[in-house]
Design a protein around this ligand. Structure first.
Ligand code: HEM
Length: 127
């Protein structure tokens, strides 16, 4: 029986399962492993804090996700197909394990942030 996202353990589970999928994804994995060479030990706790803040307003995330992706976009252009796949995997992860208000909120947040990042990337001139 699925339940809602209610604790930091739930958030960690969601994030861990999501990046398990990302690391195995034919379209996305190389961006994380080859292009940005992500240090997962460092990065996952940042993502836990980001999602806990996004869902429970804990105030624990002090980064700037938009700036980060503008930077990533300089290494590898973040095309629409990447965002589509990212969202597909994220929604799939949430739906696989959770159902409820916070689960819905997580998907809405992911969608709106993906939209904002894409709009902002288009505003940055190529040269
Ligand atoms: C095309 C889709 C995306 C790709 C390829 C992507 C890739 C990445 C990569 C490579 C990092 C850097 C990790 C590091 O610091 O080493 C990162 C950070 C991050 N991403 Fe994404 N991302 C995507 C979309 C999103 C979306 C839609 C969200 C919104 C929920 C998001 C949230 C974050 C956050 C919060 C960070 C951490 C920023 C920080 O260091 O404070 N990403 N992403």
């Amino acid at each position: 029986m699925k339940k809602d996202i209610t604790s930091s353990e739930d958030v960690q589970w969601m994030v861990n399962r999501f990046y398990d999928k990302v690391k195995e994804d034919k379209l996305l994995a190389f961006i994380f492993t080859d292009v940005m060479k992500v240090n997962w030990q460092k990065y996952l706790p940042v993502m836990y804090a980001f999602w806990e803040n996004a869902l429970f307003y804990t105030g624990g995330y002090e980064g700037n996700a938009l700036k980060k992706h503008i930077c990533i976009n300089m290494h590898i252009p973040l095309q629409k197909k990447y965002f589509k796949r990212w969202l597909l995997l994220f929604n799939k992860t949430v739906d696989e394990y959770f159902v409820g208000e916070k689960a819905t909120l997580a998907k809405q947040r992911a969608y709106s942030i993906a939209t904002i990042i894409q709009i902002k990337l288009k505003e940055i001139p190529v040269k």
